[in-house]
Write a protein that binds this ligand. Sequence first.
Ligand SMILES: Cc1ncc(COP(=O)(O)O)c(C=O)c1O
Length: 280
Amino acid sequence: MIHLMNTYKRDLYLEKGNGSYVYDIDGKKYLDLVGGIATCSVGHSNPEIGNVINKQSNKLITASNLFCSKSQELLAKKLSKLSGLSKCFFSNSGAEAVEAAIKLVRKHSKKNKIIAMKNGFHGRTFGSLSATWNPKYKKDFEPLLSEFVHVDFNNIKALEKEICNNTAAVIIESIQGEAGIIIPSKGYLKEVEKLCKKNFVLFIIDEIQTGNGRTGKYFCYQHENVKPDIVTLAKGLANGLPIGVTISDLDFEPGDHGSTFGGNDFCCNVAFKFSKLSCI
Ligand SMILES: Cc1ncc(COP(=O)(O)O)c(C=O)c1O
């Protein structure tokens, strides 16, 4: 692997997958407890997904965002219905979905401070890394975006203390994933929502790991009956194909933001068909 940058420590070569199993280059079979890091929700080589992939790959991969796309619109309509939020911006990864969320906050709030959670994870691009907590991931890349602060997760008093006149948004995972599957106390997310509303602070929920039906509801926050201002989703949205989405009633204007691959027909069509399998 001398020609690959040293971002991941690994030594096992996997060649194929089927259902819950993956096979290495010598044909050895493994039970896959990783699932493409929470992306392959209905397993490897799923025949229903495979069919959609084959059909769409022979029809259209991408014609770019310079043109309208039925697949993109169908998926956006579905996600809007599921979330109760009216607009989608499609990208290619979780970190990009968070970047778009941060830009929406900047555009619509006249305030700068964003409160994130200790042990929270939101990605490794400059904006999303600013929201991520782990100092180990950040130390060689500072300065990051200023005015991000981190408070204890599942501690409403800690959040209340940090909110001030300059607080633009709170960003939170509904279950902290990378921190070790930390489920907040019942009612905590509702309290966060109330606090945000009372202080005119935008409420961002990162559902990148918990969304797509993985916790028994399409979005995990729906267990607590809360309604965020911005939702980010990625990972399992297209059963392993690269796609991310930022969902909100807030909007951009042409030129504010964009992506060459984001919202391509191929990933959107697979995600749309797949959403029928993952909707509860
Ligand atoms: C909650 C959460 N947000 C954001 C990300 C970043 O997603 P990506 O690796 O697709 O950029 C992850 C990835 O693990 C995540 O778990």
